[in-house]
Design a protein around this ligand. Structure first.
Ligand SMILES: NC(=O)c1ccc[n+]([C@@H]2O[C@H](COP(=O)([O-])OP(=O)(O)OC[C@H]3O[C@@H](n4cnc5c(N)ncnc54)[C@H](OP(=O)(O)O)[C@@H]3O)[C@@H](O)[C@H]2O)c1
Length: 483
């Protein structure tokens, strides 16, 4: 995924990569005593009981997999000192054995048969960093069934069949951990499921796609057009040649489904999320937003209402300059949580990239290895299907950008249409568009509304498009912040 390709930047900041081709170069084992897991001869509850050598089978050795293998090699001594657990990567599945990789492992560790890794008796714990739904799903199910904890970074998989996998993990009594699947290197899922488990979380808002945040930042700060910013993002490796998943909000939507499931304890899947992307945002929108004291951000908004219903959507949003999310620039991510007792919290950092993501995977690996040694696992419990409130029923303030004929009576006609649907106008800006033949005799009207129901706003827009004096309806953006 495009968002995922940010590792190239992150890796270069991590320090010199170990460049090696497959070959018998280096072995990670220190010869630390290896106890078989759940060895009955080792008394439980003692330091010796948690001193374990845990063999990791890694499915995939791309951006994240290769970074994880490097991190395990670099951090294994320290992790052993702190936790008593010795980690070692003993098996790696890839598609091609001939590819050069930035890891130092003997050639015999690699295989093209991912099932062989899962089934290997010597593998204690499986990391899935292949991506996609299949074969990742069946591999994870097979690993869990055979009592092996799994760590995955796969948002697409969890956003579609997450509850099936959580159930399989509970049935097997072993961990399925996925910190890296949402907001890459930012530790957010663990705080959400552990630290905030007693909290009444009403709303989570996130900038959880670095590619789109980079594009919007460049449009705002450098005055670039959307096309210019996208081209630069592609050159830097932030965006794919086909950028649809990122710029149309699908990537953020998958993450929002996972966040909602964990935050609200209800099953939300990718199909429940409504999304709009940033490809229609113009330099004019950016300029007006700035004049009015806002930044345009692609936000994922996960909300639970008093009746228990949940609304999850991704759309470009006008965020007041004073809101903490407005200051999240470039490819950084941030997640803003509104809790009843705790108040506002914000988690900030690198939402993608090989090493940041591998750092989150490694944290999960250590956790799962410790739980395995203690024969326990972290359960998410069971989830009922969420009652989804559609976007039509939600209330927002709106920014509406219209191009109209610059003649008397037009403003009154347009304002009258808003009023007839119960959408009241909070402020209006007008500018004449003269100077270019194409817009001669035209004016731009920018409205900010008071809180209105989405369905009423849509009905207004529908009629505005039919009005003779309206040349075009441009961007329509939701506005957050106090009235
Ligand atoms: N990259 C990020 O910044 C990031 C951030 C958050 C989450 N994630 C998630 O992490 C996962 C991995 O992402 P990535 O960027 O590392 O992907 P990637 O660079 O495309 O790597 C995928 C790896 O999986 C291997 N592979 C694919 N299909 C396979 C199969 N059937 N059997 C065995 N190996 C197979 C590939 O082998 P070859 O190398 O031989 O082609 C490659 O090594 C995805 O779920 C992604 O959404 C990534």
């Amino acid at each position: 995924m495009a968002e995922d390709s940010q590792c190239r930047m992150a890796r270069s900041s991590h320090g010199p990569a170990h460049r090696a081709v497959l070959g018998p170069v280096h072995h990670l084992s220190t010869g630390a005593p290896r106890y078989s897991l759940r060895d009955p001869s080792v008394p439980t509850g003692t330091v010796a009981a948690v001193k374990r050598s845990v063999n990791i089978g890694v499915l995939g050795c791309g951006n994240v997999g290769a970074a994880l293998i490097q991190l395990v090699a670099e951090r294994a001594d320290d992790i052993e000192m702190r936790t008593g657990i010795r980690l070692e990567v003993t098996k790696v599945a890839v598609r091609s054995l001939s590819k050069e990789r930035d890891v130092e492992l003997p050639a015999k560790v690699f295989t093209t048969d991912a099932h062989e890794v899962v089934a290997d008796d010597d593998v204690d714990l499986v990391v899935e960093v292949i991506g996609g739904i299949e074969p990742a799903r069946e591999l994870i199910l097979a690993a869990l069934k055979s009592g092996k904890p799994v760590v995955t970074a796969n948002k697409e998989l969890l956003a579609n069949v997450g509850t099936e996998l959580f159930g399989a993990s509970d049935d097997a009594g072993v961990d399925l951990l996925f910190e890296a699947a949402v907001a890459g290197g930012i530790p957010f899922i663990r705080p959400l499921r552990e630290s905030l488990v007693g909290e009444d979380v009403a709303r989570v808002m996130g900038i959880i796609n670095g590619t789109t945040n980079y594009i919007l930042t460049k449009m705002t700060e450098e005055g670039w057009t959307y096309a210019q910013a996208l081209t630069e993002a592609q050159t830097l490796g932030y965006a794919e040649r086909d950028p649809t998943a990122d710029v149309e909000g699908y990537d953020a939507g998958a993450k929002a489904a996972i966040i909602s499931t964990i935050a609200f304890g209800q099953r939300v899947v990718a199909g429940d999320v409504s999304h709009e992307g940033i490809s229609g945002i113009t330099s004019t929108d950016i300029e007006f937003a700035r004049k009015l004291g806002f930044q345009i951000k692609l936000l994922a908004i996960c909300e639970r209402f008093d009746d228990g219903a949940v609304a999850v959507r991704v759309h470009p949003t006008m965020v007041p300059d004073t809101h903490p999310l407005a200051s999240v620039r470039d490819s950084f991510n941030a997640v803003f949580v509104e809790g009843d007792a705790v108040g506002d919290l914000m988690f900030y950092g690198r939402g993608a990239g090989g090493f940041p993501t591998a750092s989150a995977v490694l944290g999960d690996v250590v956790d799962a290895a410790a739980n395995l040694a203690k024969a326990t696992h972290a359960s998410l419990g069971s989830f009922a299907k969420a009652k989804i409130r559609t976007i039509d029923e939600l209330h927002y303030r709106y920014y509406v950008n219209l191009q109209v004929a610059d003649r008397p009576g037009v403003l009154a006609a347009v304002a009258g249409l808003f009023g007839s649907h119960g959408v009241s106008i909070r402020s209006m800006e007008q500018e004449s568009l003269h100077g270019e033949a194409a817009t001669e005799g035209q004016a731009r009207l920018i409205f900010i509304t008071h809180d209105a129901r989405e369905a009423d706003l849509r009905a207004t827009l529908h009629e505005l498009r039919d009005l003779d004096a309206v040349t075009s309806v441009g961007s329509v953006l939701r506005v957050i912040g106090d009235e």
